[in-house]
Design a protein around this ligand. Structure first.
Ligand SMILES: [Zn+2]
Length: 263
């Protein structure tokens, strides 16, 4: 199955990461048809909505991904530049869902909490797969973002609100990927299937190298870009933990429960 990977690179923050991310993504994904970076060179001024607030770029990214999927008729995989791939994602793309998305950290308290409390988990738009059959659903999400239906321009907030406010059936599903058992959620909504990937497939704040396909690491949690780039090249277990625990400058005073997991 051929597919295209896209990412968004706006502003200075991710520019030093770009070459490392591109090299890693190409190295792991042998069957990718193309890797497209959305940046100042291909986003026109009239595509930028006058929303001028946090996450306004989510709608640009979503519209561009819908457009690419529609014109190429193959899956489009959006991957944030702070996700370091560890394996070829081909088997994820092939999963029999119309729209595939990763899981947010925090379980039933993940952002946005008012939705994850109802659903029992949250989705993370750092990694998602758009297939042609999901375009009508995602077009509704894009329209809702534009109209600020849920008072937010964040794609994650809009997807979560749409799900909890519309009839849906959510079931647990065992999923074998490359011989490893994972536990996905399957959401039936508007006649399509959304697959929410096991947290351990695209994992946030990784502690150990297990069977994950990608490590989603918050650049600020690890102290900035220079530190983040080390996660491409050094074994995870030798690097500082990526969680927020105990990082008072990030406003977290909790005691880290992850240290013991590496022993
Ligand atoms: Zn911790």
């Amino acid at each position: 199955m051929s597919y295209i990977i896209t990412t968004l690179c706006l502003g200075d923050k991710y520019i030093p990461i770009k070459k490392h991310w591109l090299e890693r993504t190409r190295e792991k994904c042998k069957n990718v048809k193309d890797i497209v970076i959305f940046d100042e060179t291909n986003i026109s001024q009239d595509e930028i909505p006058s929303l001028n607030e946090y996450a306004w770029w989510d709608i640009i990214r979503l519209r561009k991904n819908i457009g690419l999927c529609s014109s190429n008729s193959i899956p489009i995989v959006q991957i944030d530049m702070d996700i370091i791939l560890e394996k070829d994602i081909q088997s994820i793309v092939k999963l029999p869902y119309d729209f595939i998305i990763s899981t947010e950290i925090g379980g039933n308290k993940s952002f946005p909490r008012e939705c994850s409390e109802k659903l029992g988990f949250g989705v993370c738009t750092g990694f998602y797969v758009v297939k042609p059959t999901s375009i009508p659903f995602l077009q509704k999400i894009a329209d809702n973002i534009f109209n600020k239906k849920y008072n937010s321009v964040s794609d994650q907030v809009n997807i979560m609100n749409y799900i909890v406010n519309h009839p849906h059936i959510c079931t647990d599903e065992i999923c074998i990927l490359d011989g490893i058992e994972f536990h996905n959620k399957k959401i039936e909504i508007d006649g399509i299937l959304i697959g929410v990937l096991d947290f351990n497939i695209i994992t946030r704040d990784p502690v150990l190298s297990a069977h994950q396909y990608g490590n989603h690491i918050n650049v600020d949690n690890v102290g900035g870009i220079t530190n983040f780039i080390r996660y491409f090249y050094e074994p995870l277990e030798n690097l500082p933990l990526t969680c927020r625990c105990g990082k008072t400058h990030l406003g977290d005073n909790s005691i880290c429960k992850h240290i013991d997991m590496r022993k």
